[in-house]
Design a protein around this ligand. Structure first.
Ligand code: SAM
Length: 234
């Protein structure tokens, strides 16, 4: 997958050099390109922002540097994602959708945001959540991290995302590792029984109960199987 990031602060993406996303870069599963749109400003002071027409606080990003930056690399089939608190809320389903694309372009705003005409360039306006960040870089990092781990073979054989919270529509069941007992806290016996069917049932039951307790809104959108309905009603 090719990733193109339009930003004034490429150094804010150093987190992508580490861990799983870093390895995905090193193994060539993703190819990350940064474009500082200040380099495309045509005015002598290299300004990329100006005051809003009609008055108001703060500065807006001007169209010219962003239009010219986007025209400088191929992106005909790309999803062009504008980081915008007013956009579609980013979630696991959206990450799954993006992980199937060949190229993603991230437009990171700053200051008071974008001149409205820049929206003619984008395929999606995307928000990380209902709050306002100082810039789109942190939002883009989160979206890239959540998306890249879903690209086939990025997580490797030892890890899988299929049981992760939200992948199935439910929260993930509780997990334990060694030791069997820590400061009086024991691992549930069923997990050490080696009985695969009982372990499956226990995990399903825990997953359903945890979702009901912490995120009942997820269950409203979830289609229960007969087995799951039975678990929740007993
Ligand atoms: N004036 C804008 C508004 O009220 O919607 C907020 C501008 S914000 C200070 C600057 C930039 O940060 C935005 O253009 C966007 O790129 C990014 N940003 C801020 N909050 C975000 C969020 N929740 N999700 C995605 N991007 C965000």
């Amino acid at each position: 997958m090719r990733l193109d990031i339009l930003t004034l602060f490429p150094e804010m993406f150093s987190s992508l050099e580490h861990s799983i996303v870093g390895r995905a870069q090193n193994s060539g599963k993703i190819n990350v390109n940064f474009h500082n749109f200040r380099d495309f400003a045509t005015n002598s002071q290299k300004h990329v922002d100006d005051m809003p027409y009609g008055g108001g606080q703060g500065m807006l990003l001007m169209p010219q540097p962003i239009f010219d930056t986007l025209a400088s690399f191929p992106h005909e089939k790309a999803r062009v994602l504008m980081m915008d608190p007013a956009g579609r809320r980013f979630d696991q389903k959206f990450a799954e959708e993006l992980a199937k694309e060949e190229q993603l372009v991230f437009l990171c705003g700053h200051y008071e945001g974008f001149d409205e005409r820049i929206k003619t360039l984008v395929t999606d306006e995307v928000s990380l959540g209902d709050y306002v960040l100082t810039g789109g870089e942190v939002a883009a990092c989160v979206m890239i991290d959540a998306t890249v781990r879903l690209i086939p073979d990025v997580l490797g054989k030892k890890a899988s995302h299929e049981d992760d919270s939200f992948s199935s529509g439910l929260l993930e069941y509780p997990q334990y590792t060694r030791p069997e007992e820590f400061r009086g806290l024991k691992v549930p016996e069923v997990l050490m029984s080696g009985h695969h069917e009982n372990i499956r049932k226990w995990r399903l039951s825990e997953s359903l109960r945890k979702t009901l307790r912490l995120r009942p809104d997820l269950l409203e959108k979830y289609e229960l199987t007969d087995e799951e309905r039975k678990i929740l009603t007993t």
